[in-house]
Write a protein that binds this ligand. Structure first.
Ligand SMILES: NC(=O)c1ccc[n+]([C@@H]2O[C@H](COP(=O)([O-])OP(=O)(O)OC[C@H]3O[C@@H](n4cnc5c(N)ncnc54)[C@H](O)[C@@H]3O)[C@@H](O)[C@H]2O)c1
Ligand SMILES: [Fe+2]
Length: 378
């Protein structure tokens, strides 16, 4: 098909306190005696306010999911198999947490109705059957996982999503109150995922008016929060949640770019998490996104954020090869960033230099350019 006919999220509720409506939202989706399963980010505990407000009754189950590492296919399979063994089927899967929990909820829902392992469905349009009812309730803003048609999983051979029309949530609950207490660094890394989505989408060759409309709005919201405001407040949470949504909508009809392609390699080899990995990489991409990187450095300074350096120090040639293979495998991302002839521009050698920028720990030479702090008019 020349134009992608893309499936969107079923229902969206937005607003402070909208989480309180969860009971009535999910009630029509309860099927006989089959339970609703709440997959809750392990940051929360039974003592957390949000957990106390989960409308779990009867044989419903709250499962705390371990998101120390980004979701693996083995973890998805074990959660789905455990539920199938215990209940046969369930009424639905409700994910409450950051992007990792969103992805787990989507993937477990799909695996309740599809045979085999989630690793069999890593790719494009391989999922054959709709999953059980699924709802996403983000507690961090930025990834856009709440609106996307994918669920990023690390499998035995690749880190790739289950991209399909069955993947988007049936319902999302966007309640900015739930993001209130996120730590500043984490909130920044995840928020920058959104900022980077916008820069990559708006500077990409796949750009069209649809992506541009959402991307520009999301970018403006990110700037409001990280450049224009001096303190974090409720309005910041409100704005960043809508930035995440709009940023996700922007890349749905275009693509991400260099930062994501390079950070996928880091994540595959070193397990670097998505948000922080994107920040580590984006920090070094002046050549590709000069204005965006300048503003990014300003936001890092202004918001007092730590961006790790030299994380590839001490890696072997073999390790670099692995990262390069994973990264260059993300062909649509490179094509979006650099055009159809991207392979002539981003050679293995050039990419290695980019990865090595973080390696010069022993030379004492800091590769990062001087911060533009103070030179930028927000
Ligand atoms: N499906 C998609 O379209 C898509 C897009 C981008 C990223 N992702 C995925 O999203 C994941 C990254 O998501 P993320 O950046 O939201 O982080 P995350 O979900 O990995 O969580 C990061 C940390 O924050 C904690 N946390 C979550 N909510 C919190 C809160 N309110 N307060 C304090 N701590 C909280 C978690 O316990 C975890 O320790 C990656 O696995 C990435 O692959 C998916
Ligand atoms: Fe991202």
């Amino acid at each position: 098909m020349a134009f992608r006919n893309f499936k969107m999220v079923g229902y969206v509720i937005y607003g402070r306190g909208s989480f309180n409506q969860l009971d009535e939202i999910i009630a029509p989706h309860r099927k006989g005696g089959a339970p609703m399963i709440f997959l809750v980010d392990h940051f929360f505990t039974p003592a957390s306010d949000i957990v106390k407000r989960i409308p779990a009754g009867g044989n419903d189950r709250i499962i705390y999911v371990d998101v120390t590492y980004e979701p693996k296919t083995t973890y998805v399979d074990s959660l789905a198999n455990q539920l199938k063994e215990e209940f046969g089927t369930v009424s639905g899967i409700i994910g409450i947490g950051g992007g990792s929990t969103m992805d787990l909820a989507k993937a477990v829902s799909l695996m309740m109705n599809n045979p085999g392992s989630s690793a069999d469905y890593q790719g494009w349009d391989l999922v054959k059957h709709a999953g059980v009812y699924k709802a996403g309730i983000p507690t961090l803003s930025g990834t856009g996982a709440e609106v996307s048609r994918t669920t990023v999983l690390t499998g035995p051979t690749k880190k790739l999503g289950m991209n399909s029309d069955f993947t988007p949530f049936d319902q999302i609950v966007l309640d900015p109150e739930l993001t209130t207490n996120a730590p500043a660094n984490q909130r920044f890394y995840t928020g920058m995922d959104c900022y980077i989505h916008c820069i990559e989408s708006l500077n990409g060759t796949f750009l069209n008016e649809f992506s541009k409309s959402y991307g520009e709005k999301a970018l403006q919201l990110c700037r409001d929060v990280y450049v224009n405001k001096s303190d974090w407040d409720a309005d910041s949470d409100d704005k960043l949640m809508m930035a995440s949504y709009a940023g996700g909508m922007s890349i749905a009809y275009s693509q991400v770019g260099v930062a994501h392609a390079v950070s996928y390699g880091l994540s595959y080899l070193l397990g670097t998490k998505h948000g922080i990995g994107n920040c580590i990489v984006f920090d070094k991409l002046e050549e590709y996104y000069p204005e965006g990187v300048k503003e990014f450095k300003y936001m890092v300074e202004k918001n007092n954020i730590d961006i790790p350096q030299h994380i590839t120090a001490g890696l072997s040639d073999d390790d670099f090869d692995k990262m390069i293979n994973v990264s260059l495998g993300m062909k649509p991302l490179w094509e979006n960033a650099l055009g159809k002839d991207w392979e002539k521009i981003m050679t293995r050698e050039k990419l290695k230099v980019l990865y090595e920028q973080r390696q010069n720990i022993n030379t004492g030479r800091l590769i990062s350019l001087p911060s533009p702090f103070g030179h930028l008019t927000p």
